[in-house]
Ligand binder design. Structure first.
Ligand code: FEO
Length: 178
């Protein structure tokens, strides 16, 4: 049984993850429109990841006799100035999600809710990786610079980031299957 306060806090996290999924989907669409296929593919993948993060919370709430609320999701921005702006916004959003996970962990301690604390460990690690990934992409974009041929190289780099993310996902699925 989960407390009403913790249930509300997890539902808030559901809304945040759901928004991230739509936000990254909007970014994927913009990158596609700008001919940045690699960046678009990466963001489509990331959008699906965020939906999975949201669904994991749904399942957890059901398991502990809570009620997961399907969130209303506000329209995310759909136009961006540049690919650098896109990934700078991804990085900012990931930092916001990390803060929210940290707040949830603090609530677990204040309520002595060790089940939820244990469940959230996965998110703590995931956020460390996602923040690091977003920062690395942004650093790479800044290093390459923007405009003209740079966009071609940035897009190539994005394919490498996607391949690394897919490999990480496959490895995690393998270890879960064992
Ligand atoms: Fe699920 Fe990237 O936060």
């Amino acid at each position: 049984m989960i407390s009403k306060n913790m249930e509300a806090a997890l539902n808030h996290q559901i809304a945040l993850e759901g928004y991230a999924s739509q936000y990254y989907l909007a970014m994927a669409s913009w990158c596609d429109k700008e001919g940045m296929e690699g960046a678009a593919e990466f963001l489509h993948f990331q959008s699906l990841e965020e939906r999975e993060h949201m669904l994991k919370l749904f399942h957890y709430l059901s398991e502990v006799d809570g009620f997961a609320i399907t969130p209303a999701i506000e329209q995310p921005p759909i136009e961006f100035e540049s690919v650098q702006e896109v990934f700078s916004l991804v990085y900012e959003h990931e930092k916001k999600v990390t803060q929210s996970i940290n707040d949830l962990v603090a609530t677990c301690y204040s309520e002595n809710d060790y089940n939820t604390l244990n469940f959230l460990q996965w998110y703590v690690e995931e956020q460390r990786e996602e923040e690091n990934q977003a920062r690395s992409i942004l650093d790479k974009i800044k290093l390459i610079g923007e405009g003209g041929q740079s966009l071609y190289y940035i897009d190539k780099e994005m394919k490498k980031f996607l391949a690394a993310a897919l490999a990480k996902e496959a490895a995690a699925a393998d270890s879960e299957a064992q």
